[in-house]
Design a binder for this molecule. Structure first.
Ligand code: RIB
Length: 310
C-alpha cells in the first residue's frame, strides 16, 4: 500500500507568536521619504508561531500552541479562528495591558515581501505560562520555536522538550544579532538565507552549518525561496529544488515550509523526503494573499505533489 502523510497523527507544540498582519500590496517598495499609493489592503492573522501552528494543524498534526495575545479585538480574531479550526486555545494567554502583536507586510508586484513586526504581548509571555504547558511540550513529537518571543522563553521550552527526549526545530527569525548558544538543545536549525548569513557572522554559510553539525544538531536546513532549500547533515550538503508556481504573496511561505518539515520529521520521514514535502507546502503558500489563508491543507499538498509526479 502506498504510504501517505495521513498514516500517523503526530503531535506538534509551537511556543511562539501571534501577529495581526496589516498587509499592503504595492507595485514596488517605497523609497525613504516617499509617499506612494498602494494597490490593495488586507488584514490577516499571522505571526510566525501562529502560522506554523495552523499550518501543522491543517497538515493533520495534533497541535498545541503556547503564546500570548492582547485583550483586544485582534486577540479575539485569533481565538475565533482557532476555535473554527478546532485548535486548542488552552495555552493562549491574554495580556491585560499590552495589545496583540502587529506586523506590516508590504508585498510588491512580484509577490516578494518586506515585513516590519512589533511583538507587543508576545514579548510578555513568561516562564510560568510556559511551565504551565510543560506536559504538552513534553508530549509533543516536535517542538517548534521562532524568535518573535523572548529567546530565554524559547530555550526554556527547548529544555523541557529535550529532557523528554523530543525533537526541537528552531526557525531563528526574525534575526536578532545573536550567536546561537552552543549548549541550547536544538536539533534542527531552519533559517532562511539572510538569517543563515547573519548567523555565519562573516564566515560562509557552509562553514557555519558544518560547525552547527559539530555542535550536535541533526541538520541545518536553509530555505532559499524560489531556489528551494539546502540541507546539511551527516551525509553532506545538497540542494533540493523548489516547485515552480505563480507567486501572489510570499508572506508565510517560510512558515508553511517549516510546518511541512516538522510534520514530516515527526512522522519519521527522512530529511530529504521531509524537505520535498516542505517545499510543496511553501510553494502552495505563495499562491494565496495573506499568511493564515495561504497555509495549505494536507489534501492540497498531496494532490499538488501527485501532479508533480510523486
Ligand atoms: O513569517 C511571516 C510572518 O512574519 C507574518 O505573518 C508576520 O506576522 C511576521 O511575523
Amino acid at each position: 500500500m502506498k504510504e501517505t502523510q495521513t498514516e500517523r497523527r503526530v503531535r506538534v507544540c509551537v511556543v511562539g507568536s501571534f501577529m495581526t498582519d496589516l498587509v499592503f500590496r504595492v507595485h514596488r517598495f517605497p523609497r525613504p521619504g516617499e509617499s506612494m499609493p498602494g494597490e490593495e489592503f488586507g488584514l490577516f492573522l499571522g505571526g510566525k508561531g501562529f502560522n506554523q501552528a495552523i499550518a501543522c494543524h491543517r497538515l493533520g498534526a495534533e497541535v498545541i500552541m503556547v503564546g500570548r495575545i492582547g485583550a483586544d479585538y485582534f486577540g479575539e480574531l485569533f481565538l475565533k479562528k482557532m476555535a473554527e479550526e478546532g485548535m486548542s486555545t488552552e495555552f493562549v494567554w491574554r495580556d491585560p495591558e499590552m495589545g496583540t502583536g502587529v506586523a506590516c507586510p508590504l508585498i510588491d508586484a512580484s509577490g516578494q515581501n518586506a515585513i516590519i513586526g512589533i511583538s507587543r504581548a508576545n514579548r510578555r509571555i513568561d516562564r510560568e505560562q510556559v511551565a504551565a504547558a510543560k506536559e504538552e511540550i513534553a508530549r509533543a513529537d516536535v517542538l517548534m520555536l521562532q524568535f518573535e518571543i523572548p529567546r530565554q522563553i524559547s530555550f526554556q521550552a527547548a529544555t523541557i522538550a529535550r529532557n523528554a527526549g523530543k525533537t526541537v526545530l528552531l526557525d531563528p527569525a526574525p534575526f536578532h544579532n545573536i550567536e546561537l548558544p552552543i549548549d541550547q538543545p536544538i536539533d534542527y536549525i531552519v533559517p532562511n538565507e539572510i538569517e543563515a548569513a547573519e548567523l555565519a557572522q562573516g564566515d560562509s554559510i557552509d562553514n557555519w552549518a558544518i560547525d552547527e553539525l559539530k555542535r550536535g544538531r541533526q541538520a541545518v536546513v536553509v530555505s532559499v525561496g524560489a531556489d528551494g532549500a539546502v540541507v546539511y547533515d551527516r551525509e553532506g550538503r545538497r540542494r533540493l529544488p523548489a516547485f515552480s508556481v505563480k507567486v501572489v504573496d510570499s508572506t508565510g511561505a517560510g512558515d508553511a515550509f517549516r510546518a511541512g518539515l516538522a510534520v514530516s520529521l515527526a512522522q519519521g520521514k527522512d530529511i530529504d523526503t521531509a524537505v520535498r514535502f516542505a517545499n510543496a507546502c511553501g510553494a502552495l503558500a505563495t499562491t494565496v494573499l495573506g499568511a493564515e489563508p495561504s497555509m495549505p491543507a494536507l489534501e492540497e499538498v498531496e494532490s499538488f505533489l501527485a501532479r508533480q509526479g510523486g
